[in-house]
Design a protein around this ligand. Sequence first.
Ligand code: ADP
Ligand code: MG
Length: 474
Amino acid sequence: MTNSLLPIFILSSSRKILQVNEPAIQQFKLNLAYNGFLAMDEPSNMKWTRFVKHLKYIKEAEETFYIRTANNEYELVRFKCHYHVKNEEIVAHATILNHLDDTAYDLYFTQEDNRYPLFSTYDKIPHGIILTNANDMIFDLNKHAAMYLKREKSQVLDSAHKSIFDSFNLKDSELSYYFSKLTEEKFATIHVVDQSQSNRALYYEISSVFDCKKNLIVTTLLDETEKIELQQKVEHQQALNVVGQMAASIAHEIRNPLTSLKGFTDLLKIDATEDAQMYLSVIDSELQRMEQILSELLMLSKPANINVELLEFDKIVQNVIEFMMPDALMKNVMIQFISSPMTVLIEGNENRLKQVVLNLIKNAIESMYNGGTVKIEMCINRGSLLELSITDEGSGMTNETIENLFQPFYTTKTTGTGLGLPFVKKVIEEHNGEIVIESELKKGTRFSLHFPIYSFDPLDTLSPNEKDSNYLVT
Ligand code: ADP
Ligand code: MG
């Protein structure tokens, strides 16, 4: 220290001068009689306290202060400090900035008063960026950072670095691990959750880099909500797949005893009393319901049928409508069918497609407790897709229902199985098709299916207008 040509101070945390070298005394015209403390102007005083706190934490830091000399003048001085933990001393290498050029002044003042306009230019970047200075104070952030922290920029500026984590419920141990990593490795990452919104948790990755040279902590906030949600969905799906496979094999096993039960109830009916007949018919209908669940379950778990042929989808739909008509009439529901303007062929499996249309029409009828019309329309979409839409005037669906529609066993009906739509989805995927759902509560729902067209029937001589009027109303 005595050999150095540059001013060096050894100070206590409270700024008592413990030792000082000759260049320091000379350059700073120090009045060592001044209580033995390094005197500063008031703003620097406040800055010092924060600076020391930070320095003890990161061990090495730089900062600029206004130092009072013996002539009662102030010098702008940059201190490059090391903190010696053992002696609890601060070794400060000082540079008087007044003796340097004007840019040093500019730097000091822009940083203090106007702040760096650095990150306002980065507002368009879709991540949050926060800058913290050596005094542990946030001095700039971009728009996304303020948005993710749910605070105004002005509310974040000047707060401590730690305040970034205020809106996330972190354990003390997680935070201290993060800070100790940042101190030791100059880099730390943490994953946080914002639970303040009741309907959706938001996930962020917060990473900080400590730049020793510039004495800055640069923190980035990445919104990883979509990624996490996707991961959760995949995990859920995998769990369901296992459950689905198990359910299918159980269904198989249950089928046989069920057949015997049915046979024996039929036998019992022959000479049962009137009371017993009543109970037996309840047993019968319950057995029927069990059988329906089993057959839907087995249908869903069946592998894709390789029996593919060229089909006139129009005819399949017509067939199903005829089959459903009695049920619809009983529930006061009309079915209106508008077929496609020309005959189109698609590649597919007739049986499975029939089941799809049946499931959709059944759901549509079931959604209309007070009757109404189900409109089924076929048209050619974007030149190469056949569209079948099934529109009802029923209850419509809540967002929650729409989100869960295709989950096996999801049902809002007391006697539902929740297996219809998962099956529909599976079959549509097998046919390289797509499903589009539009729904409005209390207004109705529209399921549209899109299939690739194999070919248009070349022998189809009907003009589109004539075909258009080919509809059936019940
Ligand atoms: P299920 O009909 O046995 O309940 P699905 O898989 O066919 O099972 O349907 C799942 C759920 O989706 C239904 O319980 C219902 O809440 C909702 N849903 C399906 N189609 C409609 C529709 N057309 N209108 C209103 N809700 C519907
Ligand atoms: Mg259904």
